[in-house]
Ligand binder design. Structure first.
Ligand SMILES: [Zn+2]
Length: 126
């Protein structure tokens, strides 16, 4: 029976992969490789991504598209860290521009929420 993989096993699998690969071109691809190592243990793509970021195993390049929705969360949609709200004004001090920035993974959004569409993973393992 398949069970959910423990954090330790996932971290070890990710470290092994990123020692061998400098770049993994998509989250789906990463999951395929991890699943081969973990065999009958399950791990979801989102959890995989968050573990890789939190354990400093990989850096991400995040591709996004702008949606019609207003950004309305205090959490990063990529890594679930707390998001920073950055307000800046133009030189006349009139228009305020608001940006949402994740200091952990580099995700950015404007007032209209940017939806992540693709990730490229770069190894941080030396
Ligand atoms: Zn983030």
């Amino acid at each position: 029976m398949r069970r959910f993989a423990g954090e330790y096993d996932v971290v070890e699998a990710l470290k092994k992969i990123f020692r061998e690969h400098k770049v993994i071109v998509s989250q789906k691809r990463l999951k395929e490789i991890v699943s081969r190592i973990l065999e009958d243990e399950k791990v979801g793509e989102r959890r995989l991504r968050i573990i890789a970021i939190n354990n400093r195993i990989a850096r991400l390049k995040i591709f996004t598209r702008e949606s019609k929705k207003i950004f309305s969360s205090d959490r990063c949609p990529v890594c679930n860290s707390k998001i920073s709200v950055v307000k800046s004004r133009d030189i006349w001090g009139e228009n305020t521009k608001i940006e949402y920035i994740c200091r952990k993974c580099g995700y950015r959004s404007g007032i209209r929420k940017r939806i992540p569409t693709k990730y490229i993973f770069y190894s941080r393992i030396k």
